[in-house]
Design a protein around this ligand. Structure first.
Ligand code: PLP
Length: 405
C-alpha cells in the first residue's frame, strides 16, 4: 500500500481561499477586505521609508556576513525589542528579570511561549490556555501543537459589538487559580475591540488575585493607535502591578516586515537567577527547532530601534499607517450614518482599533457582499480596514448599506 494512503486532505486555509477567489474575480471594482496586511491608498503593499533607509545602511556595511546568529538571536535586537515593549525605563529590565529570545515573527513567539509553558509551567490540573472568544484562529493550532488544550473565556458581546467585560471578568474568576490567560496586548484580532485602561485594570486585579499567568500576544504595537507607548500600556501596567507575564512580539505589521519573520518572546521573571534559567531553556528549545533565527529582519529592527534618527522616522511611518486606517474608520462611519442613513448603530466602526473591524453583519450578509458586490471578507463579518481606501470606500459603504437593509 502507498505509505501516505491514510493521510486525509486538510481543508484549505479560509483566508487563502478568499484571496484566490479575489484574484480570479475580473470585476473592476472588486475589493479585498480579507487581507491581514497593510495596504496604501492605492491598495499596494507599502515598504516603510525607514525600512528602505535601514536596508541601504545594511547594504553598504562591509562588515556584514552571513554567519549564524546566536541561538537566542541578535543581542542588539532582543535588548532593544524588550525596551520597546516594556518601556526604556522598565524596572524589570533594570533589575535584569527579563529574558528575551528572537523568534520567527509573532507566530514563532506564540509557539515558543506555548512550548515553554507546556514543558515548564506548573499547571493547576490539565494543561490549558484560555484564549478570548473569538481569537486569532491560529492560536488554537499553535496551542494544540504543543499538547495544551485551548479553552475560551468570554470576550466579545455581539449585542453591543463591544467587550463583554463583566462576563470576561466572571470567567477569569470562575476558572481554576493559576490559569494561563492569552490576552491581545492591543488591537484585538479579529474584533478590533480592546478593553479600556480601566477595564485592563480590573482584568489585572482579578488575575493577580487568582494567581493567573498573562500570555500577551502583541502583534500590533504602534499600528493600533499610531503611538508605540500607548499600545504597550496594558503590558506595562500588568508588569508594573506584578502580574506574572510573557509577551509575544511581532514586527510584521508595525514595520511592514511580514516576510522577514522577525519577532521576539519576552519572559518577565521574578529574579535575575530565574530569568537566566528561563533563558537557558528557551535556548535549548530554540536550538532543537530552528537552531538559530534568521538575521536580516533582526538587523533591520536593531538599526531602527537603536539609531535615534531612524527611530524617529519609524514613528512617522507608523503614524502614517495608523492614521490612514483611523481616517478610513471615520469616513466609513460618516458615509453610513450621515449620508446613507444605514439602519443600525455604527459607532463600533470608530470605537474599534487596529487593522480589523467586526462590522456586526452576519454570515449571510457577508456572503451576499462577496457574491453580489465582489467585496471579499471573512464570513464572520470581519473586514480589514487596510483594504479600504479613498477610491473604494464609497462603493463599500453603499454595498454594506444594501446588504443590511
Ligand atoms: N498574533 C495575532 C493576534 C496576529 O493577528 C498575528 C498576525 O496576523 C500574529 C500573532 C502573528 O503574525 P506574524 O507571525 O506574521 O508576526
Amino acid at each position: 500500500a502507498e505509505t501516505w494512503e491514510n493521510v486525509p486532505l486538510a481543508p484549505p486555509d479560509s483566508i487563502f481561499n478568499l484571496n484566490t477567489a479575489y484574484k480570479a474575480d475580473t470585476f473592476p471594482r472588486k475589493v479585498n477586505l480579507g487581507v491581514g496586511a497593510y495596504r496604501d491608498d492605492n491598495s499596494k503593499p507599502w515598504v516603510l521609508p525607514v525600512v528602505k533607509k535601514a536596508t541601504e545602511i545594511l547594504l553598504n556595511d562591509p562588515t556584514l556576513d552571513h554567519e549564524y546568529l546566536p541561538i537566542t538571536g541578535l543581542p542588539e535586537f532582543t535588548s532593544a525589542a524588550a525596551r520597546l515593549i516594556l518601556g526604556s525605563d522598565s524596572p524589570a529590565i533594570a533589575e535584569k528579570r527579563v529574558t528575551s529570545v528572537q523568534t520567527i515573527s509573532g507566530t514563532g513567539a506564540n509557539h515558543l511561549a506555548a512550548l515553554f509553558l507546556s514543558r515548564f509551567y506548573v499547571f493547576n490540573g490539565a494543561k490549558r490556555i484560555y484564549v478570548p472568544d473569538p481569537t486569532w484562529i491560529n492560536h488554537y493550532s499553535i496551542i494544540r501543537n504543543v499538547g495544551i488544550e485551548p479553552l475560551t473565556y468570554k470576550y466579545y458581546d455581539p449585542k453591543t459589538i463591544g467587550l463583554a467585560c463583566d462576563e470576561a471578568l466572571g470567567d477569569l474568576v470562575s476558572m481554576p487559580d493559576r490559569s494561563v490567560i492569552l490576552l491581545h496586548a492591543c488591537a484585538h484580532n479579529p474584533t478590533g475591540v480592546d478593553p479600556t485602561q480601566e477595564q485592563w485594570g480590573q482584568i489585572a486585579e482579578v488575575m493577580l488575585r487568582k494567581g493567573h499567568y498573562a500570555f500577551f500576544d502583541c502583534a500590533y504595537q504602534g499600528f493600533a493607535s499610531g503611538d508605540l507607548d500607548r499600545d504597550a500600556w496594558a503590558v506595562r501596567e500588568f508588569v508594573k502591578r506584578g502580574v506574572p507575564s510573557l509577551i509575544c512580539q511581532s514586527f510584521a505589521k508595525n514595520a511592514g516586515l511580514y516576510g522577514e519573520r522577525i519577532g521576539a518572546l519576552h519572559v518577565v521573571a521574578s529574579s535575575p537567577e530565574v530569568a537566566d534559567r528561563v533563558r537557558s531553556q528557551l535556548s535549548v528549545l530554540t536550538r532543537s527547532e530552528i537552531s538559530n533565527p534568521p538575521a536580516h529582519g533582526a538587523r533591520l529592527i536593531a538599526l531602527i530601534l537603536n539609531n535615534p534618527e531612524l527611530f524617529e522616522q519609524w514613528k512617522v511611518d507608523i503614524k502614517a499607517m495608523a492614521n490612514r486606517i483611523i481616517e478610513m474608520r471615520k469616513e466609513l462611519y460618516k458615509l453610513l450614518t450621515e449620508e446613507l442613513k444605514t439602519p443600525g448603530a455604527w459607532n463600533h466602526i470608530t470605537d474599534q482599533i487596529g487593522m480589523f473591524s467586526f462590522t456586526g453583519i452576519n454570515a449571510e450578509q457577508s456572503q451576499a457582499l462577496i457574491d453580489k458586490t465582489h467585496i471579499y471578507l471573512t464570513t464572520n463579518g470581519r473586514i480589514s480596514m487596510a483594504g479600504l481606501n479613498t477610491k473604494n470606500i464609497r462603493y463599500f459603504a453603499e454595498s454594506l448599506d444594501k446588504a443590511v437593509r
